[in-house]
Design a binder for this molecule. Structure first.
Ligand SMILES: *Cc1c(COP(=O)(O)O)cnc(C)c1O
Length: 653
């Protein structure tokens, strides 16, 4: 028997439960039909039904798991960042402008970087590179002579010479000195080539920081120049006649700044250093505030790890106002403001949809009565009867439920002891366990019907979690959401359909890998009892229906996940598509990026798929010769192997 609450459940209830109306705004919402809707242009109109979209993509033979990239969202994020800075500049009467760059390391995929460069042209939006390969991307994709190309990271002579020569191509590379010894290489390269790059300096700020990336600042930070090094660098540039090329001061306080106070401290410190560099005779002109603009993953608007206690507009206001305050007293012209926001630009636009292959849960049903049941089993049946006899939705019955649960546990322990001593057989032990779970299930169902303010003992409160199911997900966490495993990152996860149905189960996800870490068992908790910004180990989910798919969306994962993902168990990249809303209606598929095939992941490990097949062909011929394999079965085996090599690494439904 399943008790159901007579009140109705709507998609709006799901939106609140999963926080969709908080972190999803303005791009994701729930329709009355209970589907996740995507508004790729934010609040400027147009929407797509994510479920219909997935169905149509499957019709094109694009199987799940599927990464859907909404390029309109990418563009909307760019517009929002520029809009926020433009408003702040107007509000504070800032006498300079804003000119951003995208840190390529955040998502190096060709179609993503190309899209950003194309959309960003109207603001002379540039790129930031942290390695030679990223520099190559940035140099060849940016053809706007006004766009900045910020060169960070460790640099050898070739990197520096490349940047100097690229200036002759009409690009604007700024070589940022991150390590004390880089200035010597810049001087040497400039003398060798008789030309200099635009130069920046990264300051190691002493400002305190918090959160996961807090160690990106402070005296022991990996990058940046301490004040003595900074002054020595200025001396060296002056001596080499290169101080006239020092244009930019850079700092970066770490990713996902949760607390705006951290940024304010850093801005003040950097603002003073900027003024000092001007007084020392550098022409300057640019202040690069780095990345770190955070994402509100759980929609709680708090300084907790998965959130931020500020909005995009707060951020822009603080940058603009603080820099102005630092420059004004000294009569220094305000700099062009540069930021290197990666996460804040690239998180929203990609949605990962995966299917659930099945669910495992503890048996909650009551097993049929056997003849001559042992006393322990009869006791458990009586306990179950007592539970189902309690009055429903009355707080007074809690005591009886607690008593029944104590009894059930006692009888289960008795059953175990009897089994160990040889008095109870394995089938009886199985029945005892089944009956105990049936008691647990019946109690949990009754607790769910109590009024919200009812006082429930902690032990009983934990019962629904004990009944939780494991949902088997057609995905590799290590490939598609590595930060959930590596750094306990939270991404919003929810079913993309059935949102108009009350979810009746609690569960977590297990992925396809043979690794016990391959799971998603930490979720945002927008409606948490203990307040906002909390984490819960189980998610409200629906029971699976035979013959019907159950599709789950993982949101806000467009930054860092793809490149950090690995080939654990040889699960490769998923299928990915780029799409845009059409001006009229509907959408257009701009790019389809097929996921890695099994042959490709094998080759990545230096295996030769053809050779592997050939060996198996020989082995099957031998088996045929020995009479152990029929020719028709051999043909079937080879056909499966060949088909698998051509297919993606995920399960086909
Ligand atoms: C990683 C990085 C960024 C991007 O940081 P986000 O938190 O993604 O905005 C910007 N600048 C530098 C120097 C970085 O290392």
């Amino acid at each position: 028997m399943t008790l159901t609450n007579s009140d109705t459940w709507t998609a709006a209830d799901s939106a609140a439960l999963y926080g969709l109306d908080r972190w999803g705004d303005p791009y994701f919402s729930a329709s009355d039909r209970g589907h996740v809707m995507v508004q790729p242009r934010g609040d400027r109109g147009g929407s797509l039904d994510l479920v219909e979209l997935v169905q149509e993509l499957q019709g094109r033979d694009l199987s799940l798991p599927l990464l859907i990239r909404f390029d309109d969202i990418l563009e909307d994020r760019l517009e929002r960042i520029h809009g926020a800075f433009e408003r702040a500049i107007a509000q504070y009467g800032y006498g300079g402008r804003y000119q951003g760059v995208f840190p390529v390391k955040c998502n190096q995929q060709r179609h993503v970087v190309e899209e950003l460069v194309a959309c960003g042209k109207r603001w002379h939006f540039g790129l930031e590179a942290g390695s030679k390969a990223e520099l190559l991307i940035a140099l060849s994709l940016i053809d706007d002579p006004e766009a900045l190309l910020i060169c960070n990271g460790y640099k050898d002579q070739r990197y520096i010479e490349t940047a100097i020569l690229a200036r002759r191509l009409g690009r604007q590379p700024v070589v940022v000195i991150e390590q004390a010894d880089e200035v010597e290489r810049i001087i040497a390269a400039s003398q060798e080539l008789g030309a200099a790059p635009l130069i920046g300096i990264r300051a190691k700020l002493s400002a305190r920081s918090t959160g996961r990336w807090g160690s990106s600042v402070g005296e022991r930070a990996k990058f940046g120049l301490s004040v003595p090094n900074l002054l020595a660098t200025v001396q060296a540039l002056r001596a080499a006649n290169l101080l006239g090329e020092l244009r930019l001061l850079h700092f970066h306080v770490g990713s996902q700044i949760n607390d705006i106070a951290v940024l304010k401290d850093a801005l003040q410190e950097a603002g003073q250093i900027y003024g000092e560099l001007t007084r020392l005779g550098a022409p300057m002109g640019y202040l690069d505030v780095g990345g770190g603009l955070g994402i509100d993953y759980d929609g709680s608007r708090t300084a907790s790890a998965a959130s931020t206690n500020y909005s995009l507009q707060n951020y822009a206001n603080d940058v603009v106002a603080t820099v102005k305050e630092c420059c004004a007293p000294h009569g220094i012209p305000v700099p062009t403001l540069v930021s290197e926001s990666g996460r804040a630009i690239a998180s929203h636009f990609s949605v990962l949809v995966f299917d659930v292959l099945g669910a495992g849960s503890l048996p909650g049903a009551v097993p049929p009565r056997q003849n001559d049941e042992a006393l322990i089993l009869r006791n458990l049946r009586d306990t179950y009867a007592a539970i189902t006899a309690t009055e429903v939705a009355v707080e007074a019955s809690v005591e009886a439920l607690q008593e029944a649960w104590n009894d059930a546990l006692k009888f289960k322990d008795d059953a175990l002891a009897a089994f160990r001593l040889g008095y109870l057989g394995l089938p009886e032990r199985g029945l005892a366990e089944q009956l105990t779970w049936a008691c647990c299930q019946a109690i949990a169902e009754r607790l769910a019907l109590l009024p919200a303010e009812a006082v429930i003992p902690e032990e009983l409160r934990a019962l629904p979690a004990a009944l939780a199911s494991t949902y088997y997900a057609n995905l590799s966490v290590f490939r598609s959401a590595p930060d959930t495993w590596a750094i306990d990152q939270l991404f919003p996860v929810l079913p993309i359909h059935r949102l108009d149905e009350r979810p009746q189960s609690l569960g977590s996800f297990a992925d396809l890998t043979c690794d016990s870490d391959g799971k998603i068992a930490r979720f945002i908790d927008p409606a948490g009892r203990s307040g906002r910004g909390q984490v819960k180990p189980l998610l409200e989910l629906h029971s699976l229906r035979a013959g019907e798919p159950y599709w789950i969306g993982m949101f806000l994962g467009g930054a860092y996940q793809e490149v950090m993902g690995n080939l654990h168990n040889l699960f490769g990249s998923t299928n990915a598509v780029h799409l845009r809303l059409k001006a009229s209606a509907g959408y257009q598929l701009d790019h389809v990026v097929r996921g890695d095939t099994n042959a490709e992941v094998l080759e990545a490990m230096e295996h030769n798929p053809e050779l592997l097949l050939e060996r198996l062909r020989v082995a099957s011929e031998e088996a045929i010769g020995r009479g152990q394999l029929r020719i028709s079965d051999a043909r079937r085996l080879m056909a499966h192997l060949e088909a698998s090599l051509r297919q993606t690494t995920y399960l086909q439904s």
